[in-house]
Design a protein around this ligand. Sequence first.
Ligand code: PLP
Length: 396
Amino acid sequence: MFSEKMYKLGSNRSVIRELFEYGKKRKAEVGEENVFDFSIGNPSVPSPDIVKETLIRILSEEEPTAVHGYTSAQGDPGVRKAIAENLNERFGTTFSADNFYMTCGAAASLTISVRAIITPQADEIITFAPFFTEYRVFVESQGGKLVVVPPKEPDFQIDFAELEKRITSKTAAIIINSPNNPSGVIYSKETIEGLSSLLEAKEKEYGREIYIISDEPYREISYDSKVPPFVTKYYRNTIVCYSYSKSLSLPGERIGYILVSNEMNDWKKMYAAVCGAGRALGFICAPSLFQKLITHTAGLTSDLSVYAKNRDLLYNGLTKLGFKCVYPDGAFYLFMKTSEPDTNAFCQKARKYDLLLVPADDFGCPGYVRIAYCVSTDMIQRSMKAFAELAAEYNQ
Ligand code: PLP
């Protein structure tokens, strides 16, 4: 017999994956150029040339058994040192290799961090709607309870009154994600400071640590000179979950890290718990070749300028058509209000024009859709006619 819980997880695809698969089928039917697929967060800009050049050099010059061999479970010390030095330079922090655990991307970073922190069947983890749908899977599959704070419209910063109501003696951690998938919002310095002081007060009240798990795969994708505050500078009990999937356009290579802040009391014990969770979950020794690559490219990004261009095109085009959109500060998603209360009915109508939009119900925010604009600028331009037809259905 198999696990019912895992069967359910495996047989019900996420709404995003389902739409992505539908898109593939539809493109085969009517031609790639006639489908406006805004479903998935796959970067549309290539990695910088240095990625290919470095990989070729590593493969041609370094000893194959070393290139493809196991590293330490927590990752090669060289790559962890390179990442620490890069972050210290950018953010004025004082990390060393010992604060980092290399992972297979942000998904692994999050799963490991949750496992390292919670006591199953006892603890709760809080997050904010709209949220990356997989948080529920990562928390609930490990015996935690995910508690969701409702969205604060229209700016989608944190509603502190609603958050405070949900912090209890069972709260082990808060997951934040800025720049945000799916809203595109960056938490302001004031928001991070407010969160930090509320959590410090609640730690005292309940006599336990409450950790921030800062999920940051979009850290470098921000616009208009906005820079997301670096959370370890504001809150001591912080764990950062990072990935090179988006910044360096390497989602299929599965490489990222966990940073356990050295400001945390007992950070060495937390780091050991992260190592233990990585071991328990089988997430040891992230892909060796890509660890080596990151040793040479820590801090570099793809040319992200096209996302800003896409954002402007899409935001300006859709607002002109009467759609109400959240102005994205970062990431590559536009969050748009549906023109009728039933999100799915709206998405079905959009499908008539081969516009593939993700309903935000699973993100905890019905009445919105997510439009991933990590696509070609040309597709956005061509999609405007279809959006205009959709707007006309609603007499906008
Ligand atoms: N967290 C957020 C907010 C994401 O959007 C994603 C992927 O889209 C992940 C985590 C998982 O990232 P990775 O592909 O690096 O595992």
